[in-house]
Design a protein around this ligand. Sequence first.
Ligand code: BTN
Length: 234
Amino acid sequence: MAKHIHFKEVTSTNDVAFDFAQKGAEHLTCITADVQTKGRGRRGRVWSTVPSKSIAASFVIKGEQSNLLPFITSLATLETIQNFVPEAVIKWPNDILIHGKKASGILIEKHGHGGSCFYIIGIGINVLKFDKNFFDETIEATALEFYSQKEISIKSVLTSLQSSLQEWLKMPDVEVLNSYRKKCVTIGSYVTWIGDRNTLTGLAKSVTDSGSLILELDDGTTKEILSGDIVAQK
Ligand code: BTN
């Protein structure tokens, strides 16, 4: 098992993992923390970690990786979460939901290019029950322990995450895509995509081999969505 370094408090585990990577940390080095004072989410958002009840973990991944790294990471995270909560699903591109609420988010940052490039995979998982007032009421978040069918601890979830990630990183793209398409609840749902400047509503038809989401709009045209957030329409 690769190195794991735990901190009481950091700005963001992604920042610390970046520093370690620059100093030559080995592939799959894992940085975790009880508290993040400047946790980052996708699209410039803030990510709040419930102190000592959530996993904030960042992995150093060395060398060029598949374009499907976000899907690989989602599948590894889902596999881990499903050990405790089998009904968990993936929402495109890489959120893990339990009964429609977010239990985990992933932020992947790439640094450099060519042979010396590396990625920092940041994974946040809400593990233990938290006080409902911790999150702003507009944030629909949940934790594994609210639904877990067995005894759960931060350590058991993290150990499972480390080994799942290691295994999923070895999977060929074709297997990643097959599994992702089976596990992604977005495919076949009527959704609204929220981009930086506009929104689109339609039926999520499929995920392409490069990871984009194909939306069929009400006028019958299709749009390829490369990034952004989607919200399911009830
Ligand atoms: C998102 O859903 O917007 C992504 C959230 C990613 C959060 C994790 S927690 C560990 C790592 N450190 C951070 O600052 N962010 C990621």
